[in-house]
Design a protein around this ligand. Structure first.
Ligand SMILES: Cc1cc2nc3c(=O)[nH]c(=O)nc-3n(C[C@H](O)[C@H](O)[C@H](O)COP(=O)(O)OP(=O)(O)OC[C@H]3O[C@@H](n4cnc5c(N)ncnc54)[C@H](O)[C@@H]3O)c2cc1C
Length: 350
């Protein structure tokens, strides 16, 4: 955080900038790295994320999805360009989303789900291990054992995503430099009651139930029974096996939230108020996923766009009111060009 006023009208280099930083965050962390404390707040003290289990694969007797080789065929390209159809019009390989409430849900009275099941119309080997395996950081050992045999074969994956984990991690500074990435500590599956891992196993059982349905059996969906390396000592398909498999192959879907939590000022974990303003710092808002106080029953891209939209409304509301000192309905703010006689009224530029 750079304090701009003392350096007004002075050009500073990036190196100098990095020397001039001030911090908003936990005092102990900032002082540890010799960063002057602008405001002591619990930034990064709580980090929630969405993990997804990628080890539930089903082989089919017929290819209902595009294979890697299909994607580069001329027909595939012309189908997409002429009709907007064909394999290239697919939704990133995701065919179906289902939201379920597992038997492990602690929210007995509430109706919201605890798992999202993501049905992928292919498997880790469909792209020949070129993309998804790297995105999910699957090791060579696991890929070669489990998915390499499925390259160019019809198989799908059902990915359970844990929506409301009880485990949470934290973020800490690596150094004083703003150019160094912070350290993210996930602390996944560390909740005392083992709720998170049990919920994953319950979700796998529900996915298996769906896989036994007539719609899936039409394609002779069969559980791919090559054990995840490291879990072969457990009986395949036992709860213990799935617990082990979940711990070995559950990457993040990058939905990190809560590191600048929104909350009332009596909440010791809160960093911003309900108008996104940072507590104790003037003229500073946070408008991104970090303000989301707890993990959502959703992915985070749309919510972050929504937060950005809301932030722009809040800022317009505050500053337009300041301009002429009386209430302006921001819906009509742009039509008030006549309030500014110095402007060229025929110009489109404001
Ligand atoms: C690989 C991947 C796949 C994903 N897939 C999906 C999906 O399918 N659906 C979904 O809903 N969500 C998805 N997400 C999550 C979603 O993209 C994020 O939750 C969302 O983009 C977060 O928005 P944000 O504004 O909080 O942060 P970001 O989108 O990360 O925006 C932060 C911005 O700040 C800029 N920035 C950083 N440091 C500085 C600095 N010092 N000065 C100035 N600018 C800076 C960055 O360049 C960036 O533009 C995915 C995320 C990843 C990583």
């Amino acid at each position: 955080m750079c304090k701009s006023r003392p350096f007004k009208n002075k050009k500073i280099s990036l190196d100098e900038y990095s020397e001039l930083n001030f911090g908003i965050g936990p005092r102990t962390q900032l002082e540890k790295h010799g960063i002057p404390v602008l405001q002591n707040l619990p930034v990064g003290q709580k980090l929630y994320d969405h993990l997804t289990f990628v080890g539930l694969t089903y082989t089919l007797n017929e290819s209902i999805v595009a294979q890697q080789e299909d994607l580069t065929k001329l027909k595939t390209i012309t189908d997409y360009l002429s009709e907007g159809g064909g394999p290239l019009s697919g939704f990133g390989g995701v065919e179906v989303f289902t939201y379920i409430k597992t038997t492990e849900s602690k929210e007995k009275k509430k109706k919201y789900p605890d798992i999202e099941l993501i049905f992928i119309g292919g498997n880790m080997g469909t792209d020949l291990g070129l993309i998804h395996r790297r995105t999910f950081r699957i090791t060579d050992e696991i890929y070669d054992a489990v998915w390499k045999p499925l390259e160019n074969k019809p198989a799908i994956m059902i990915l359970p995503m844990l929506l409301h984990p009880k485990s949470f991690g934290y973020v800490e500074l690596q150094s004083k430099s703003p150019f160094d990435y912070p350290k993210l500590h996930g602390n996944f599956f560390t909740d005392a009651e083992g709720h998170d891992i049990k919920t994953f196993v319950a979700a796998i059982r529900e996915a298996q139930r769906i896989a036994r349905s007539p719609s899936m059996q039409r394609y002779d969906a069969k559980l791919h029974s090559v054990p995840i390396p490291g879990c072969g000592h457990f009986r395949f398909d036992s709860d213990e096996y799935w617990e082990c498999a979940v711990r070995h192959t559950s990457p993040t879907l990058h939905h990190q939230v809560s590191t600048c939590k929104m909350g009332p000022n009596h909440d010791p974990e809160a960093v911003v108020d309900s108008k996104l303003r940072v507590y104790g710092v003037k003229n500073l808002r946070v408008a991104d996923c970090s303000v989301i106080p707890m993990p959502l029953s959703a992915h985070t891209n749309t919510p972050s766009i929504m937060i950005g939209e809301k932030a722009s409304d809040l800022i317009k509301d505050e500053w337009l009111n300041k301009v002429d000192g009386r209430k302006i309905d921001i819906r009509y703010a742009q039509t008030r060009i006549s309030d500014y006689p110095d402007l060229d009224q025929n110009s489109n530029e404001l």
